[in-house]
Design a protein around this ligand. Sequence first.
Ligand code: FAD
Length: 409
Amino acid sequence: MDWTDSEQQADFRAQVREFLSGKLPELYRRQAEERRPRGLEGDWQENLVHGTAEEQQAAKAWASALNERGWVAPHWPKEYGGAGMSPMEQFILRQEMAESEAPVVGGGGLSLLGPTVLVHGNDEQKARLLPPTLSGEYLWAQGFSEPGAGSDLASLQTRAVRDGDEYVINGQKLWTSTAHKSNWLFGMFRTDPDAPKHRGISFLVMDMKTPGIQVRPIISMGWEHATNETFYEDVRVPASNLIGEQNRGWYVGVTLLDFERSNIAGAVAIRKSLDQLIENTKTPAAQTQLAGGGLKRQRLNIAEHYVESEVMMNFSFRIISMQARGVIPNYEASTSKMFNSELVQRVSRTGIKTYGLYSNIWDPDEALAPQKSTFTQSNVHSVVGTIAGGSSEIQRNIIATRGLGLPRG
Ligand SMILES: Cc1cc2nc3c(=O)[nH]c(=O)nc-3n(C[C@H](O)[C@H](O)[C@H](O)COP(=O)(O)OP(=O)(O)OC[C@H]3O[C@@H](n4cnc5c(N)ncnc54)[C@H](O)[C@@H]3O)c2cc1C
């Protein structure tokens, strides 16, 4: 298999590198050099909404540099402010951004809501919702999961009842990530409790300032506020905020979206963290921490993870080569999601074992913190990776049934 760039791809890669070297704000460049753990909250939206003056400035400058080229939403058509990029170009852009550790701008609004509105929204909704999403004026949270509906999402119970020109919403959502730093929400709500469960759901968007919405923080085991519970009490949403048809929301919410799904950024991040671990073990400064650890015992694990990271790269290449041929990845995307999230956890564990008891230091600024506590922190933060976005068990079910053709249940 030859993964080298074609001439055209190499040209595009050079353009992206030149752009990154000229336009990536100094703050992000410095953070990448310092190799500080960014954690769950260390994203562009956090910088924009809750950041220091320097972080807010960097977040704005970075979004506007990308926006000038349509690269905030490389997967959207040009007429809506995207770049209309082919999956392969998106892949190269994501790969180069991950290599530079450049933050991804926009979150769920750009990756999920925008493409959903493009496919199912009417012209008025496209004109009203897409431009402010692209500019960062509308920051979106995703309200799908509920206390009794995660893996079995179609069991969701939060009710939306039509009343004249409005829907009235009552109920609770769980794990509404970024709701505390978003001003709009998209979600699925039950509009027909008597219909079969997939057929009584509608897809609605709403302004988070609408009276009756309450956001309560969930603090993670790494002391971060990344996600929330959200409560809805007589929340009145204009009927013009229904995307697609009433009771067809399940099919709107699970639209197979045509954007790059290789998770190349995840593959690059794992490779970089292994490279940094290996490089650090060779520095004189690390010898104190290594003396307390178990590099000898972890050597084989590090080698094994390196091989696994190569496998992960190849999963990414396989998916992008399918998309480049116009084939929609199915169980292949599940394989990549499951393998990537589990590998991050394995690498984090090996990283902390390498430095032994020094890995108990949480604070990256402590002088003896190995590699700025990066593995200590990622060991905690990566726990959610095998749950959020579809748990590993659900991914294995998909691989078993759709991939291997094994019978269900
Ligand atoms: C940090 C974090 C952020 C999240 N962000 C969002 C968000 O922004 N918006 C949103 O809508 N949701 C979000 N989620 C929700 C996420 O998608 C769900 O947590 C996930 O789908 C699992 O659902 P659940 O938590 O209800 O667990 P359950 O579905 O109750 O599962 C519990 C356990 O049972 C296993 N299990 C369930 N069904 C099966 C089965 N059929 N076969 C085998 N095993 C099974 C699961 O794998 C899991 O181990 C987030 C979750 C987390 C942890």
